[in-house]
Design a protein around this ligand. Structure first.
Ligand SMILES: [Zn+2]
Length: 309
């Protein structure tokens, strides 16, 4: 979609404040994604007035928040991976992790940065040909996106979708780098027809301090019906290959089955109603601090578990 088309859509359809997927877990619960306020747009070159997004978002915008989990009666969970890459760190591909996925024969959703797609053509050909794999959009350059201009947001998405198109694929959802989001970011993504999805269960795998047993315990203790579980497959999951088979086995023993994220979203019990206002939703002037990772996962001095790339 072009910028003009998007902005026309936004202008003509303010009632597009309807969410197509399940309700959002209330703000402030454990492992909540980082949230920043919808702030003033400050593109490096001033955009024409018609391309600017208001500095203050009207109250209806407060309903735009990521999907963290899906409300469903089904004991189903989605196993998701991030494949982050930046301009200077193209990262790799964790073959051992993917081997574990293949051995288990489970569907997975891989959120790819556009640069990662372009840096791994052979792997992408393999993944794109695998019916167990679906893709999500993880931006192009892995920037902090919550305060990006609308044009930059669209460029980040378009470039990654163009990279995926070369493999005959498109994304089923968008996951913001670092889990950082704003109401405006989610709103723009919604206008691009991509639900913004974070997670409700962190494996903690990007931290070198995360132990295999800690990962296993954290995922098995926190998985619920409708959970979206995040791992990394770009070589930044230090213990993922060791822990993943045990985690998958443990989830199976608890009665869970594995579904692609797209299928989990489609099974939402409350599919099309607007989300309820978020308690204590951040105002534009007072962005809250980034939510801490659950203490059970990492030692106090550990870095952000979703460090890039
Ligand atoms: Zn990432």
């Amino acid at each position: 979609m072009t910028v003009t088309a998007l902005l026309t859509l936004i202008a003509l359809r303010p009632a597009a404040a309807v969410v197509s997927f399940g309700p959002v877990v209330p703000f402030g619960s454990a492992a909540a994604p980082a949230s920043t306020s919808p702030a003033t747009v400050s593109p490096s070159t001033p955009a024409p007035a018609s391309l600017r997004v208001p500095a203050r978002i009207d109250p209806g915008m407060q309903t735009f928040a990521p999907i963290r989990s899906i409300e469903t009666a089904e004991p189903a969970v989605a196993i998701t991976f991030d494949a982050c890459a930046t301009r200077t760190h193209l990262a790799g591909f964790d073959r051992a992790v993917f081997d574990a996925v293949k051995r288990e024969g489970i569907p997975v959703t891989i959120f790819v940065a556009g640069r990662w797609v372009e840096a791994h053509p052979d792997v992408m050909t393999e993944l794109a040909g695998d019916p167990l794999v679906e893709f999500g959009d993880h931006s192009y350059d892995h920037p902090h996106m919550s305060n990006l201009s609308v044009e930059r947001i669209i460029a980040e998405i378009d470039q990654t979708e163009a990279a995926l198109t070369r493999y005959g694929k498109h994304s089923v959802a968008f996951r913001p780098p670092f889990g950082e989001w704003s109401h405006r970011l989610v709103y723009v993504l919604r206008s691009l027809r991509l639900p913004t999805v974070t997670w409700d269960v962190v494996s903690g795998d990007p931290s070198a301090r995360t132990t295999r047993d800690g990962m296993i315990r954290n995922v098995l203790d926190n998985a619920r019906p409708g959970s979206i579980i995040i791992f990394h497959i770009n070589g930044r999951g230090w213990k993922t290959a060791e822990a993943l088979p045990i985690i998958l086995q443990g989830l199976r023993e608890r009665g869970f089955r594995f579904v692609p994220l797209s299928e989990l979203m489609a099974s939402a019990r409350v599919p099309a109603s607007p989300v309820a206002p978020i308690p204590n939703a951040p105002g534009p002037e007072a962005p809250p601090p980034i939510a801490p990772i659950p203490a059970a996962t990492l030692p106090p001095s550990a870095p952000d578990t979703h460090a890039a790339p």
